[in-house]
Write a protein that binds this ligand. Structure first.
Ligand code: SF4
Ligand code: SF4
Length: 403
C-alpha cells in the first residue's frame, strides 16, 4: 500500500470520528480495517492446553473505543481485562458477533491490598467473578486470569484459594479456562516470574501464563518459552514495547530511523514480527491508542516474516534504550537492601513516557509503599542493570516526574 493510500485511510477514520467508528458495524469497518493493514485477518495460534485458537495480537478492554471495532474487523478475537465491560459498555463490534467467535478474559486481583500486599481469598474471588458475569450479561468468561500471580513457588504449591475459586465457577459454567499473568517478586524475597511459571506449567491446573517479554530479554524467558512449548502451556507476552513510545516522540531517533537501512520497518513493527517469529509464544498484548499504532502493529502481525530492516530497527531501539528505558527484568531488585520495587517504579515511568498516560502513572506511583524517595543511595545496585541504567539516579528522576 502506498503512503498516499494510508493517508486516505487515516482521513476516512478522522472523518468518521471516534464516536462514529465505535458505533459503526464491523461489516461497515471491515473495508477500512483491511485497507489500513493491507487486507486479510490476523493469523491465530493455539493458546496452549486451553485449546483456544487466539489471534497473534490480543486486545485489551482499556484500548481506545475507536480502535476496538477495527481490531475486531482485523481478526483480534481475544480480549484481556474484559470485566471492565458491562452489558451497557461492551463494544458494539463484539455484541454483533456470535458469542462463540471471540474470547473474553476476566482478571482477578488479590484483595485487601495491591499485588504485593493483598491476599488470595477464594470466596471473594468467586463472588467478584460471579458479579462480573452478571454485569456483563454474557453468561460466561472464557478465561479466568489470576492478575499479577503468585509471590513464590511455595505460595503456588500451598495456597489453592485462586484455583478453588476457578473450579467452583467452572462447575457453574461461568468460566472455562484457568490462566495467570505473572510478575517477578524478588523485591519481597519471592521468586522470579519464569521460576513460578515453570513450576505451574509442569505441575498445576493452570493452562496458560502471561509475562513481561521483549527483545534482548533474559535467557531464562527463552527457556520458559521452550518449556511452555513442550508442555502445551499457553503464553502471552506483555510490556513488549519498552522505549517505543518515547522514541516515536524523539526527533533525533526519528531522523536516524529515516535512513535507508530501516526502510519499511519501525521498532514497533519489528517487535511484533520478532515476537511472532517465536512459535512457542501464543500471542502478545500490545497497547494501541491511535489509528497509526493500529495500522503499524496489526499490519506487521499480518505479515510476520522478519527482514534485515526489522533487525536493524530492533538494534537501533536497543541502543536507544541503553541507560534510558527499563525493560523490567528485575535484576537490580535483588540487590536493593531497602526492598524497593524498582521495576514497578520504572514500569509506571513507562506508562508516562511510552504510553503518554501521566495520570495513570501518577495514580499507580502514589499507591506504592516504597517509591523513589526510599533509595538511601547505598550503591548496592551499581552495575546491576544489563541495560546500563543508573538505578539510583533514575529513581530520583522518576520521583520528580511522578511524585
Ligand atoms: S542505591 Fe538505592 S536503589 Fe540502589 S540498592 Fe541502594 S537503596 Fe536500593
Ligand atoms: S533498571 Fe535495569 S536491571 Fe533494573 S529492572 Fe530495569 S532493566 Fe532490569
Amino acid at each position: 500500500m502506498t503512503h498516499e493510500e494510508r493517508n486516505l485511510n487515516r482521513r476516512e477514520f478522522i472523518r468518521l470520528g471516534a464516536a462514529g467508528v465505535a458505533a459503526a458495524s464491523v461489516g461497515d469497518l471491515s473495508g477500512l480495517a483491511a485497507e489500513a493493514v493491507g487486507g486479510g485477518k490476523l493469523p491465530k495460534r493455539r493458546y496452549g492446553r486451553t485449546g483456544l485458537e487466539i489471534s497473534r495480537l490480543v486486545g485489551a478492554a482499556d484500548w481506545s473505543r475507536s480502535i476496538i471495532p477495527l481490531a475486531v474487523a482485523s481478526g483480534v478475537n481475544y480480549w484481556h481485562k474484559a470485566q471492565k465491560w458491562t452489558a451497557e459498555t461492551m463494544p458494539e463490534a463484539l455484541k454483533q458477533q456470535p458469542r462463540e467467535s471471540y474470547y473474553l478474559e476476566v482478571v482477578v486481583d488479590r484483595v485487601g491490598g495491591d499485588h504485593n500486599h493483598g491476599r488470595i481469598d477464594e470466596e471473594q474471588h468467586y463472588q467478584f467473578v460471579k458479579e462480573s458475569v452478571k454485569n456483563s450479561g454474557l453468561g460466561y468468561y472464557d478465561v479466568f486470569k489470576f492478575h499479577f500471580g503468585y509471590h513464590s513457588i511455595k505460595e503456588a504449591k500451598t495456597n489453592h484459594g485462586m484455583v478453588r475459586a476457578f473450579e467452583r465457577l467452572k462447575r457453574e459454567g461461568l468460566v472455562r479456562h484457568l490462566a495467570l499473568s505473572q510478575h517477578h517478586y524478588n523485591n519481597l524475597g519471592g521468586d522470579m516470574a519464569w521460576e513460578i511459571l515453570g513450576y505451574l506449567a509442569e505441575h498445576s491446573a493452570y493452562e496458560a501464563g502471561q509475562f513481561f517479554y521483549t527483545y534482548g530479554d533474559r535467557k531464562e524467558l527463552q527457556e520458559l518459552l521452550e518449556l511452555a512449548g513442550r508442555k502445551d502451556f499457553g503464553t502471552i507476552a506483555m510490556k513488549t514495547m519498552g522505549g517505543v513510545g518515547r522514541a516515536a516522540q524523539d526527533p533525533k531517533f526519528q531522523k536516524l530511523l529515516a535512513e535507508s537501512r530501516f526502510k519499511g520497518s519501525t521498532p514497533a513493527a519489528a517487535m511484533v514480527r520478532w515476537l511472532g517469529a517465536n512459535s512457542n509464544l501464543s500471542a502478545a498484548v500490545v497497547s494501541m491508542k491511535s489509528f497509526g499504532e493500529f495500522q503499524e502493529n496489526v499490519g506487521a502481525a499480518m505479515r510476520l516474516a522478519m527482514g534485515p530492516h526489522d533487525r536493524s530497527a530492533l538494534g537501533l531501539l536497543s541502543s536507544y534504550n541503553k541507560g534510558l528505558t527499563c525493560l523490567l527484568c528485575s535484576q537490580c531488585v535483588s540487590r536493593c537492601p531497602e526492598h524497593i520495587g524498582i521495576a514497578d517504579v520504572f514500569r509506571y515511568e513507562r506508562y508516562a513516557r511510552d504510553y503518554q498516560d501521566l495520570s495513570r502513572a501518577r495514580r499507580e506511583y502514589a499507591a506504592l509503599t516504597k517509591n523513589g524517595t526510599s533509595c538511601v543511595g547505598c550503591g548496592d545496585c551499581v552495575d546491576s542493570c544489563p541495560h546500563e541504567i543508573d538505578v539510583a539516579a533514575k529513581l530520583k528522576e522518576v520521583h520528580r516526574l511522578l511524585g
